[in-house]
Design a protein around this ligand. Sequence first.
Ligand code: ADP
Ligand code: MG
Length: 664
Amino acid sequence: MDKLSKVKGIGPKTEPLLNKIGIFTIDDLVTHYPFRYDVLRRSNLKNVTNPEEKIVIDGKVDSVPLVIRFRGGTNKLNFRLATNDGMVGVSIFGRAFLKNNLGIGENIIVIGKFDASKNIINASDIKFGILGNQEKIESVYHTTSGLSQKILSNAINYSISTYGKDLEDSIPDYLIEKYNFLNKKTALNIVHNPPSYDKLKEASLRLKYEELFEFMFKINYLRAQNNKNNLGVERKTDKTLDDFISKLPFELTNDQMHALDEIIHDFNSKYRMNRLLQGDVGSGKTIVAILAMYYNCLCGYQSALMAPTEILAVQHYNNIRELLKDTDVNVELLTGSVQKREKDIIYDELKSGKIDIIIGTHALIQDDVTYSNLGLVVTDEQHRFGVNQRGNLKNKGIRPDVLYMSATPIPRTYALTIYGDMDVSIIKEMPKGRLPVKTKVYTNKEMKEVYKLMKEELEKNRQIYVIAPLIEESEESDLTNVYTLRDKMNLIFGNKYKIDIVHGKMKGKEKDLIMAEFKANTVNILISTTVIEVGVDVPNATMMVIFDANRFGLSTLHQLRGRVGRSSLESKCILISDQDTKRLEIMEKTNDGFEISEEDFKLRGSGDLFGTRQSGDMTFKMANLKSDYKILIQAKVDSQDYLNNEDNNDSELKKRLVSSIESS
Ligand code: ADP
Ligand code: MG
C-alpha cells in the first residue's frame, strides 16, 4: 500500500518529482501538509480605493479573450468579466495558454489589483469556479518545478480517499474518544481542503497531537529503559585537570567550566551519563568535550568522538593531537579513507586498549569495532531525531557514557521536554573578546562593492569562505555553482591569491588536503557548498560570502556564518540575493542563534526551528514545539500513562511504536 505509483495521476514522470521534495510513500504524500493557506473572500469593487490593494472577485467571462504577444516571448490576455459589481476589464500576463479555457460564460475567480479609474483588474492569478458567500480557503504546497499545485493536490486527495481508512493511527482509541478527536481520514481531508477555519483548527489539533504523542511516547519509553538499567561506568581519579586547563591558550568561560563539572560529576557516579551539551555556534563546545575525554583517559578508559563529516573528524583529530601533545594520551583517526592495513592495526589497538582516544565518523560504533574499555562516546553536531541514538552501542553490550553536542538553540523548558531522556548542559556565554559578525545583504548588481570588500580582506592576509548552493552547472537550475565561481574568482583574484574548492562529492583525501591548506593559509579563498556548514574552525577566516542566500533557511545561514568571527578579529558575512531580502535582513540585525531560529520559525513555520531538514534534525510535519507547547505537555502525560498501563502491552499500536524505536 506504500507505493506511490499506485496513486492515480502519478506516473514515471511525476514520481521522481515527488521524491525530490521528500515524498516516497503514500504516507509521506498525505502528510505533505500545505505550508500556507490563501484565503479568498470576495471583494466589493465599489469600495476599492487603493489601487495597490489585493482583490478577489468572481464572475462570468463576457468576451472572447484577446491575446497580445510581445517580443521576448511574453504575452498578455485581455477580456471582459461580468461580476455582481458590474462589468470590468481583466488583463493578465503570461497566460495565453488559458485562452481556450476561458469560453464565454465560464465561471472564474480573478485575483489581482483593481484600477478603478480604468475599470481594469490587473490580475496575478485566475482560478476556475465561483466564490461562495463565505471565504474560501485554499491550500498552497511546497513543490518543485514541473510539479503543479494541482497535480500534487489531486494526488493527495486521491490517496486520502482511497487509502485514508488504512493509514496507521498513532493515537490509542480511548484517547480519541476522550478528546473527541476526528478520525484520521477526516482530519487529513480537512487539513488539505479546509471548509472553514474552525474545522481546520480542529483537524490540525488532532494531527499535531498524534505527532507529539508518538514522539513523547518514544522519549518516555527510552527514559524508562534507561532508568531500569541505568548502571554505567563508575570511575574516579586523584588526578585533576587543573594544571592542564591553566596551560590552555585561553581561559575557559564560566559556562564551559560548569558544563565540565557536570560531566565529571556524571563520570564519578555509578549511573550512566546521557547528556546533551548545547551551545550556539562558536561557544566552544569542543574544548569541553576534549577535557572530558582527557579526564576519562586519566581514569583509564577509552573515548570515541564521532563527527558527522570527515572534514570535521580530521579537524578534531588535529586539534586534539595539538592540545594533548605534551601528554602520553594516544589519539588515532579512523575514517573511510584510511587504508585497510592501517585500519586493521587501529582495530587491534582499540581492542588491546593501546588507543585512548579514537576520532572518526559514525562508522566508529557501527562497524565491527571492539573496544578494550570504552568509557565515553561523544557525538558532535548530532541533532536529534533518530530518537534512539544509543541503539547501536547498547547492542554491543557496552554501556559507556554518552555526550551529545548540538548547536541547535532551544530554550531550557523545551529542552527538558524533548530531550526528556537526557540531562542538558548549556553554554550561553561566548568566549571573551568576540566581536559580532557584521552581516549585510547585497544584490547581484552590487557585486563590485562585494569584490572590493573581498580585496580589502585579502590584503590584510585574512581568508574568505565563498558558499554556493550547487556543485556544478545544472540544466535544471541557474543557481550559482562552485566550479563557475572558481573560474570567476580566479579571473578577479587569481593572479595574487590562491583559490580552491571543496564539496561533498570529492574524495576524503582530497578534501582533507584542501582543508589543511586552508587552515595553513596557503589557500586564501575557499569555495564550497554547505559541507562547511558544521563545525569547521579556521580563526583567520574573517569573511564569508554566500551566493543565492535566499536558498537557505536562516538557521542554516547562521550555522554557516558561525565559521567566521572565531577570534578577536572583526568578521564580515555577505549575503547575496535579489529576492527575499526582508527575511535575510534579519541576519543583519542579530547574531543570536536562538532569536534567529525564532524568526525563521515565524516566517517559515516550524521547519527551521530546530535547524534544517537536510541535517536530519528534529522536524515535525504539523506540530510546532513552540506554539503547540501545551499540546506537547498533554501528549507527554498521556503517553506516559499509556506506557505505564500494562493492559496496553498487547496492543498493536504499542508494539508498532516500540519496534519503530528499536529499529531506528
Ligand atoms: P562550537 O561550539 O561551535 O563547536 P568550537 O568548539 O569550535 O565552537 O570553538 C570555537 C573557537 O573558539 C575555537 O577556535 C576554540 O578554540 C575557541 N575557544 C573555545 N573556548 C574558548 C574560550 N574560552 N576563549 C577563547 N576561545 C575559545
Ligand atoms: Mg563544533
